[in-house]
Ligand binder design. Structure first.
Ligand SMILES: [Zn+2]
Ligand SMILES: [Zn+2]
Length: 194
């Protein structure tokens, strides 16, 4: 039973769907370990079956996170509690230049990209450990939104909003006490419902 558990057994599976992960594929296994620890769900992987190019915007040269989320939701397995897309491509939503990820608030699907988390994008040497840390924080953050958690101002809570990698590096990979309480309540509600 995970450390956060208030005594319930959460039924369900967190499905992780690698989408165009390419060279970042080796980051998936350590991410799975972290997600099991934090959310207490079984984590399974499966490949996407939809046409990923549906989400490509040729004018921007980026992939629409809205469309990818919608596609992920079209093929949710029956026992899925949550579904997380992990991708190596650059994501956008119409009003922003880019996003690190996106999630359905109080929904089931979340998406996170490694593209802007990689120091090499900024002309710096590759740093795999730092990239793995950033991916873990952003994945936990986005899945946190699916548990109805909003952005948090309590430094260094993982639910703090991040618009650049520096701000990701400054926060932790854990919920603050307030967010942890809200997460537990929501996980309990879901656990009972299931
Ligand atoms: Zn957020
Ligand atoms: Zn918080």
């Amino acid at each position: 039973m995970p450390a956060w558990s208030p005594g319930i057994v959460v039924v369900g599976v967190l499905y992780l769907v690698p989408i165009y992960c390419g060279a970042q594929r080796d980051l998936i296994a350590p991410l799975v370990e972290s997600l099991v620890e934090v959310f207490g769900l079984q984590v399974k992987q499966y490949p996407p079956s939809f046409d990923l190019e549906l989400a490509f915007d040729s004018l921007r040269g980026q992939y629409s996170s809205r469309i990818l989320l919608a596609q992920l939701l079209r093929e949710v397995p029956e026992d899925a509690s949550r579904i997380l897309g992990v991708t190596g491509v650059d994501l956008f939503i119409p009003v922003l230049t880019y996003v690190f990820g996106e999630a359905q608030l109080d929904g089931r699907a979340a998406l996170v990209s490694t593209y802007r988390l990689d120091d090499q994008l900024y002309g710096l040497p590759a740093n795999r450990n730092l990239l793995a840390d950033r991916l873990r924080k952003e994945a936990i953050h986005e899945i946190g939104h699916t548990y109805n958690l909003l952005h948090c101002q309590r430094n260094p809570c993982v639910m703090m909003s991040s618009t650049n990698v520096e701000s990701i590096d400054l926060k932790s990979d854990r919920f603050c006490d307030h967010c942890l309480r809200d997460f537990r309540q929501e996980a309990t509600r879901i656990g009972i419902r299931q």
